[in-house]
Design a protein around this ligand. Structure first.
Ligand code: YCP
Ligand code: CO
Length: 287
């Protein structure tokens, strides 16, 4: 399912605040923190195949088992009520509370690459995001578009195409992330009204306009080839990703810049590391 904003959930702020203060006590998983430049990515399963909170890595759950709420779900009754009311639970594999730390950016990647071995009817195929705590300094990007999701909005999110996110906010960005198996009509996974999406694709008012990256700015980034090494290549990647959220460097700006920095550097080990990361995040990710 391609990315689009479906509609809104009218969140009860008081009940949400109560759940989130309970959720602050959860033991979060740090799984997928290798996708981040900056602080960790933390998550807690509220619903999973097998019903266990588990490790947080979706490849470590038994996809042959039926899905159900996890023990953490009992601590957030309001959120569970919202989930049951809004979504078709029969095709729901996972629901996670996901936190992106202040000052962190996600390395541009495709999800699902490592799920090849899970059979089609059981594999995650459709993802939905519902931001719960976010602000104007939190962003998503895909297809060289930078955009915002606001609290309470329901978004279908195409996680099979390359994407990234950023939290430039001073506080954790907190989302509900839902994964569904494949169905003929993904829009029917959402039960609440309106029954059809309010926009097809990313609505223009959610898009952040960015000035074009200047030649000097591009050359400044590429000249980091002079100092890149195996200890700082991730810092440089973080810098290039952060630049993308402010300046439009054109299609595939982030990986293209990184691969050029590696090639130009003459540092074989750094160049190999950059290729390794590129392969892992966007080409193929073995289990
Ligand atoms: C995301 N993808 O795009 C997640 C973050 C890794 C997998 C963690 O939000
Ligand atoms: Co992702």
């Amino acid at each position: 399912m391609h990315t689009l904003r479906f509609g809104n959930i009218d969140l009860d702020e008081q009940r949400l605040a109560k759940d989130l203060s309970s959720a602050a006590e959860f033991e979060y998983s740090y799984a997928y923190s290798n996708y981040i430049c900056g602080g960790p990515w933390r998550s807690c399963m509220l619903w999973s195949v097998g019903g266990d909170t588990g490790s947080g890595l979706v490849t470590e759950y038994d996809h042959d088992r039926a899905s159900s709420k996890t023990p953490c779900a009992d601590e957030v009754p309001y959120l569970m009520e919202v989930i049951e009311h809004t979504f078709d639970l029969t095709h729901l594999n996972f629901v996670r509370l996901a936190l992106l730390s202040p000052g962190s950016v996600i390395i541009p990647h495709k999800d699902l690459l490592e799920l090849n071995r899970i059979s089609d009817p059981q594999r995650n195929a459709h993802r939905v995001h519902v931001p719960l705590r976010t602000d104007a300094d939190c962003y998503f990007t895909q297809d060289n578009i930078v955009y915002r999701m606001k609290a309470g909005e329901i978004w279908f999110f195409d996680s099979s195409t390359e994407h990234s996110a950023a939290c430039f906010s001073g506080t954790d960005r907190l989302h509900l992330m839902l994964d569904f198996t494949d169905v003929e009509d993904p829009l029917a996974l959402i039960k609440s009204s309106p029954s059809s999406p309010e926009s097809d694709g990313i609505p223009p008012e959610a898009v952040i306009p960015r000035p074009k990256l200047t030649d000097i700015e591009r050359e400044t980034l590429l000249s980091l080839a002079n100092i890149v090494d195996i200890h700082n290549y991730r810092d440089i990647l973080g810098l290039v990703i952060k630049t993308h959220y402010r300046k439009d460097g054109g299609p595939d700006f982030i990986w293209d810049t990184m691969l050029k920095i590696g090639a130009r550097s003459g540092d074989k080990a750094a160049d190999a590391k950059i290729h390794e990361l590129h392969e892992y995040f966007v080409i193929s990710r073995p289990l």
